[in-house]
Design a protein around this ligand. Structure first.
Ligand code: GLA
Length: 399
């Protein structure tokens, strides 16, 4: 009897106080309904998006999660279990998960640590263990967990409760912490979740902020600037999340390219937020560029850093596995700019990865990742012209 009790106790202890191992070892890639569809989400959209994820080549490029954001929720049943909104999801969530899994993809869902979601639907406060169990039974693979109506909660405590509930339910679920950076999640969330939002919501503009009365949403440059100082907190299994992509949602192709490139330099989760069923050629060429995606997904898992800036042109470097570097020149202005970079007189050193390269002694081959052209080596000075709100993104390959 004592032995059985001891075993039961050990099982309890191992179910608590930890997150799942081996999830999100590279930044998660997928799609989320919110940026484009907001509350217009339903099972037809999710099925069609899963189909499009495969037929567009996005699945082959590494996108995996189909994430349903807010307003999928129905009422709780008489025992407190959450149900899907039957008008939007008449076949139920389990059937949808089966459909998505049959395509070789994964399904994500959304809730909130408060009593109601940001869209006013029932949320998980006081129901964390029930909800985690329900998600596991449905076959959910990813949970984005929001922070509306949580003013009286301790963030680390609230997110840890849900982490423990997910772990106790037993199905590995990527845990996406979405408290907008309000409580410095980078300082505590490495042990709690797999990614954490570092800012308020993104807005599909390159350089603006949008006033919503009590809060702002942010353009690409505004979010980029809020990542300062955070790179040391990220790594395999625990990523800074500068919010979902707005590629294909109204910015120019140059701006979309710059946005996507900078998110890859940041080793950010690549969660597309556009209508995958109707993508322009420009949009799909951006989202499907495997060389740029490889920078994001590099197995070193180290974020890039701003190497230099004159407030118009910024040069970023990201250390990659096998001694390579990614380099990205960002034009923050709307006007074309001339770029000149004489590698031979430059040294790049990074305390975090302990990598240092002196280009006078080490020669790299240079490849432009957007034109897919080889540009020679770092022995020659780089000369280029960069359109407004665009990037020059290079991979430096050690010879
Ligand atoms: C918050 C989140 C968004 C989205 C909405 C849904 O604003 O930050 O990403 O999930 O809620 O209501």
């Amino acid at each position: 009897m004592k032995k059985i009790l001891l075993l039961v106790c050990l099982a309890c202890v191992s179910a608590y106080g930890q997150k799942f191992d081996n999830l999100a070892l590279t930044p998660p890639m997928g799609w989320n309904s919110w940026n484009k569809f907001a509350d217009k989400v339903n099972e037809d959209l999710i099925r069609q998006t899963a189909d499009a994820m495969v037929s567009s080549g996005m699945k082959d490029a590494g996108y995996e999660y189909i994430n349903i954001d807010d307003t999928w929720e129905g009422e709780r049943d008489s025992q407190g279990f959450i149900q899907t909104d039957p008008r939007k999801f008449p076949s139920g969530m389990k059937a949808l998960a089966d459909y998505v899994h049959a395509k070789g993809l994964k399904l994500g869902i959304y809730s909130d640590a408060g009593a109601k979601t940001c869209g006013g639907k029932p949320a998980s406060r006081g129901h964390e263990y029930q909800d985690a169990l329900t998600y596991a039974q449905w076959g959910i693979d990813y949970l984005k967990y929001d922070w509306c109506g949580c003013e009286d909660l301790n963030a680390k405590g609230a997110y840890t409760t849900m982490r423990d509930a997910l772990h106790a339910a037993g199905r590995p679920i990527v845990f996406s912490i979405c408290e907008w950076g309000s409580n410095k999640p980078w300082e505590w969330a490495g042990e709690v979740g797999n990614l954490w939002r570092t800012t308020g919501d993104i807005h599909p503009c390159f350089d603006c902020k949008e006033d919503h009365g009590t809060w702002y949403s942010w353009g690409v440059l505004q979010i980029l600037d809020q990542q300062e100082g955070l790179r040391k907190y990220a790594g395999p299994g625990h990523w800074n999340d500068p919010d979902m992509l707005e590629v294909g949602n109204g910015m120019t192709a140059n701006e979309d390219r710059a946005h996507f490139s900078m998110w890859c330099m940041l080793a950010a989760p690549l969660i597309s937020g556009n209508d995958l069923r109707h993508m322009s050629k420009e949009t799909s060429e951006i989202l499907l560029n495997k060389d740029v995606i490889a920078v994001d997904q590099d197995k070193l898992g180290i974020e890039g850093f701003r190497y230099s800036s004159d407030s118009i042109l910024e040069v970023w470097f990201k250390p990659l596995a096998d001694g390579d570097w990614a380099m990205c020149v960002l034009n923050r202005s709307t006007r074309p700019q001339k770029v000149r970079f004489d590698w031979k007189n430059k040294k790049v050193s990074d305390d975090l990865s302990k990598r240092e390269t002196r280009f006078d002694t080490t020669v790299y081959r240079v490849r432009n990742l957007w034109t897919r052209r080889d540009l020679g080596t770092t022995e020659e000075t780089l000369n280029a012209e960069l359109p407004g709100h665009d990037v020059l993104m290079l991979r430096l390959n050690k010879q």
